[in-house]
Design a protein around this ligand. Structure first.
Ligand SMILES: C[S@@+](CC[C@H](N)C(=O)[O-])C[C@H]1O[C@@H](n2cnc3c(N)ncnc32)[C@H](O)[C@@H]1O
Ligand code: SF4
Length: 315
């Protein structure tokens, strides 16, 4: 699933976050087609392989390194969607209360799921259209037996700059050396509480120590920052917001506070939701000098406190 609004905190890496936001724009030079031009190209039946062969676009390309960006991946606001998430499986070894029913979900017949080669074919098509970052998610992506092969093949795709994984961290520490070897660039680990019993209540399984071990291992292997996803829920972990921010002082991690989102099966209750504004207000009480980061339209990092604490939010 794609989480909605979230705030991201790290006490250690304010400067790096700024730098990353600015760097994004220069990593790949795209042609500057307007929305209207994209629309025209999409409607023109003679332009079957679309945008890349479009004369309108080519005429616009003056710099040698400028690569045209897919009209299909440019939305009606002119935003270029260069970031693709692929769900590798719907299976999971946890049962987070906000995500899955206790009994799990009805599994799709195997034949209807993407095979290894289908995942790679799709990835290749999107990368050809301009996607330069792919995140593998799920369910729990690291329980898919071919996950290492998929990452290894993705890393061979020319134009793909970043391969990321979002994981619950249960199998991560033992897989990490191999993931590192295959070239996995970024890791997001979900962790909703720093209190073992509470964590295990939320995910309905044991394994707090495994997640913490995974975080340490990721740091040890040089992932920096390791990103922590934390879904904030009223009456459960909202009291840990500041502890999470402080956690970033001790380890090179960034914490993303995610608004709890409704979906069928998680018994959505508006009262459980802590809004982005509420989170921001709470953090501001401790770190009052909150500033908005300068960021591009696709950037998720948007807030920084004082000298040290970057905090971000994005829909
Ligand atoms: C669906 S999980 C898949 C990857 C992996 N199993 C994990 O938990 O990191 C991806 C992210 O979605 C978040 N998520 C799941 N259900 C959510 C909900 N109802 N509201 C907000 N975020 C949610 C999880 O916390 C996790 O960070
Ligand atoms: S670990 Fe991820 S996929 Fe599994 S139940 Fe929790 S949020 Fe959902």
């Amino acid at each position: 699933m794609a989480a909605g609004t979230f705030i991201c905190c790290s006490l250690r890496s304010a400067r790096r976050l700024f730098a990353r936001c600015h760097n994004r724009g220069v990593q790949r030079m795209f042609s500057s087609a307007t929305h209207q031009e994209n629309e025209i190209e999409l409607r023109d039946p003679t332009l079957t392989t679309a945008n890349f062969q479009s004369r309108t676009r080519l005429e616009r390309l003056t710099g040698e390194n400028v690569v045209p960006f897919s009209a299909f991946l440019t939305d009606s606001f002119g935003r270029r969607h260069n970031y693709l998430r692929i769900s590798l499986t719907e299976k999971c070894n946890l049962r987070c209360q906000y995500c899955m029913p206790e009994e799990g979900v009805t599994l799709t017949p195997r034949g209807q799921l993407l095979s290894t080669s289908e995942v790679l074919t799709l990835a290749r098509l999107f990368v050809r259209e301009g996607v330069d970052k792919i995140r593998l998610t799920g369910g729990e992506p690291l329980i898919r037996p071919d996950v290492l092969d998929i990452i290894a093949e993705l890393k061979k795709l020319e134009g793909l700059k970043t391969v990321a994984v979002t994981t619950n961290g249960m199998n991560l520490s033992k897989l990490l050396p191999k993931l590192r070897e295959t070239g996995l660039d970024l890791i997001n680990i979900s962790l909703d509480s720093l209190v073992s019993a509470k964590f295990e209540f939320i995910v309905r399984r044991k394994g707090f120590h495994k997640v913490m071990e995974s975080i340490d291992k990721a740091v040890e292997l040089g992932y920096n920052p390791v990103k922590i996803n934390c879904v904030v829920m009223r009456g459960l972990n909202e009291d840990e917001l500041l502890d999470f921010v402080q956690f970033t002082e001790k380890k090179p991690v960034e914490v993303r506070f995610i608004e709890y989102m409704p979906f069928d099966g998680n018994k959505w209750n508006f009262k459980k939701m802590v809004s982005y504004q509420e989170m921001l207000d709470q953090i501001r009480q401790q770190w009052p000098n909150l500033e908005r980061l300068e960021a591009g339209p696709a950037d998720t990092a948007k807030w920084v406190t004082g000298k040290l604490v970057p905090i971000s939010s994005s829909l």
